[in-house]
Design a protein. Structure first.
Length: 87
């Protein structure tokens, strides 16, 4: 089984993920999930997200990712912390 590029903990119905600043950008692969997700950055970040057939956008505010939509995270500087609600 491939190692995930983040650490994760569950807190009050949300999943808190941390991507280390030293992660290799090759580990951030295109993927899709089996459920809808609402992603929110905790703190500030210059990391980006790219959904299938769209240009990358800065990871800020709340971003909805429909189930089975290919997407990827694009590495920025520093650590990335996000809060995810799975539906």
């Amino acid at each position: 089984m491939k190692k995930l590029p983040f650490t994760e903990k569950e807190e009050d119905g949300f999943y808190i993920r941390t991507f280390d600043e030293n992660i290799d950008h090759h580990d951030l692969e295109w993927h899709r999930d089996k459920e809808d997700r609402l992603v929110e950055v905790v703190g500030s970040s210059d990391w980006m997200i790219q959904l299938d057939n769209e240009l990358p956008i800065k990871l800020e505010g709340k971003i909805f990712i429909p189930k089975e939509t290919f997407h990827r995270v694009i590495k920025g500087s520093g650590e990335l912390n996000i809060k995810i609600k799975k539906y």
